[in-house]
Write a protein that binds this ligand. Structure first.
Ligand SMILES: Cc1cc2nc3c(=O)[nH]c(=O)nc-3n(C[C@H](O)[C@H](O)[C@H](O)COP(=O)(O)O)c2cc1C
Length: 156
């Protein structure tokens, strides 16, 4: 039997929200249509957002993920897009969701990775140190986002 894991790919990136993009526009204009399109393409993932930033995880067949990411890179609703990770994976973390929205205004482990990758951000020394072990921070973020995604009321 063929397994779904063949060719499964994951992209993680951080970006800065464009000026004037409201939370409402993120949810209605990005999250909802993305969920529908991703499902069609067999892509799953999550979109974490704070008042200033996005952090997205996309997972699915490599070609589909790369094509969607190419469109995302051209999208004017965000800027300073930085690829954190792009690699093959064996299992999905967000298999239940086409695009799970996760909203937060403060979360240390997420802030650490964002400040590591987003240009022009002031980085407090303890945060910079936490972010220096990239693999460990990425793993913390993945675990934290999976926890958030599975929790009730996760978007608040
Ligand atoms: C932060 C952000 C995340 C996005 N995530 C996705 C996504 O997961 N899937 C998707 O299809 N489009 C996503 N988009 C929208 C794409 O940039 C693009 O507008 C869309 O894929 C175009 O689809 P269409 O050509 O079918 O209209 C995202 C856009 C932004 C700004």
């Amino acid at each position: 039997m063929h397994t779904q894991s063949t060719n499964l790919h994951e992209v993680i990136y951080v970006s800065t929200r464009a000026e004037g993009i409201s939370d409402h526009e993120v949810v209605d204009g990005i999250v909802l249509p993305s969920g529908i399109k991703n499902r069609r393409l067999n892509i799953t993932g999550c979109l974490w957002f704070s008042p200033r930033r996005f952090l997205q995880i996309l997972e699915g067949p490599r070609k589909a993920v790369e094509d969607v990411y190419a469109a995302i890179l051209r999208d004017q609703r965000h800027r300073d897009i930085t690829t954190v990770s792009s690699s093959p994976i064996t299992n999905r973390s967000f298999s239940r969701w086409g695009m799970r929205a996760l909203q937060s205004d403060k979360e240390q482990s997420i802030q650490a990775i964002i400040e590591e990758y987003a240009p022009g951000t002031h980085v407090e020394s303890n945060v910079a140190q936490a972010a220096s072990d990239q693999r460990s921070v990425l793993e913390q973020i993945r675990v934290y986002l999976i926890h958030l995604a599975n929790a009730e009321h996760a978007t608040k």
